[in-house]
Design a binder for this molecule. Structure first.
Ligand code: FAD
Length: 319
């Protein structure tokens, strides 16, 4: 394995088929366990082009190498995009947030109890899609890898229809984060050569309309460190933007709950009714698997926890 620090943005962007490393908090354990054996690692965490939280007219730009701590503590992010600040502040532990980057959080490997294991543990089984094999250990008949996307910030970025500016094959592109996460999710279920090799430069978030309220909720066993068992981001309250509800940790990528979000437009619908609708919609759209800390049945029961966030944002009377 070769690991080097990019000497410039151009150097990083023009290096073909490499693995970009931000803080390394996701990649290093994967290398240690031999689940990923990438050969050409380029460290991009110190590149100036990937740094900064800047307001530019109606848009907030957040560099992909900004740490989760910087994002969680930024007064600008807290004021303009509270769900993102909350998601960043609830990710992993303080030590990890001090090192982990936003780009790395969004592009972290999807996880699965059959994959995130030591080489010895995995040697008892055939390889899965991610390790070059031809099946999913979770759902043997599945045509694709079912590992789960646990990124807390992806849920919040998708809530705000954020865009990502990135470099791929030496060319600059911009696309919705939802699209990039989808591409990453599909490619991340495959072996190294087929994975996505893009360098995210920054995330672009259009300022929200007057009167909109938004927030993020996460449930994990130990809130001081664990991955989410479920997370939700919700926004509503402005006639200029349709309400939106996004759920994470319920499948290979965050799930948008369009039908339930419509209910947020009607003040006569109670928080309980919306939570019941979210749980039912997510049951249909989620792709859950066996996880370390929770059975699939118990996980489905947790889909209704969006009620806590709704009460926080709409008040107990649901208005
Ligand atoms: C104990 C523990 C608990 C955790 N709990 C949570 C949790 O609760 N919620 C959560 O969301 N996450 C959690 N994580 C994951 C953690 O947040 C991620 O490891 C971290 O955010 C990744 O950021 P990084 O900069 O260290 O990424 P890296 O490890 O450097 O990279 C991760 C991936 O992103 C890619 N990447 C990095 N930077 C870029 C870039 N600029 N452009 C394109 N691709 C890039 C890398 O190639 C790699 O594939 C946890 C991790 C640990 C170890």
């Amino acid at each position: 394995m070769e690991m080097r620090t990019a000497v410039s943005f151009e150097d990083a962007a023009m290096t073909a088929s490499c693995t970009y490393m931000g803080g390394g908090t996701d990649l290093m354990p994967l290398f240690k366990n031999g689940v990923r054996k990438d050969e050409n690692i380029v460290l991009v965490g110190k590149l100036e082009e990937l740094k900064g939280i800047r307001e530019d007219g109606a848009v907030l730009s957040i560099g992909a190498a900004e740490t989760l701590t910087d994002i969680a503590e930024s007064e600008t992010v807290k004021a303009l995009f509270p769900a993102l600040a909350e998601a960043a502040g609830k990710t992993a532990s303080p030590q990890i947030r001090n090192i982990a980057s936003l780009g790395g959080n969004v592009m972290q490997d999807r996880r699965c109890i059959y994959y995130n294991q030591s080489e010895l543990w995995r040697s008892a089984l055939d390889g899965c899609y991610k390790t070059g094999g031809g099946k999913c250990q979770q759902v043997p008949g599945s045509p694709d890898c079912r590992a789960i996307c646990y990124s807390d910030t992806a849920t919040a970025l998708i809530l705000y229809d954020a865009e990502a500016e990135y470099c791929e094959n030496g060319e600059l592109h911009t696309c919705p984060v939802s699209e990039l996460v989808s591409r990453h999710s599909r490619a991340n279920g495959l072996s190294f050569r087929e994975r996505l090799h893009v360098l995210i430069i920054r995330f672009l978030l259009k300022k929200r309309p007057e009167g909109e309220r938004s927030g993020f909720y996460k449930y994990s066993l130990r809130s001081s460190i664990d991955f989410p068992l479920i997370n939700y981001a919700v926004r509503f309250g402005s006639a200029e933007a349709a309400p939106k509800i996004v759920a994470g940790a319920a499948g290979p990528e965050p799930v948008v709950l369009e039908d339930s979000a419509l209910l947020l437009e009607d003040n006569s619908v109670s928080n309980e009714e919306i939570a019941v609708s979210c749980a039912a919609e997510l049951k249909k759209k989620a792709r859950i698997i066996k996880e370390d800390l929770i059975s699939p049945a118990r996980k489905r029961e947790m889909f209704g926890l969006v009620l806590i966030l709704l009460e926080e944002l709409r008040g107990n009377d649901g208005k």
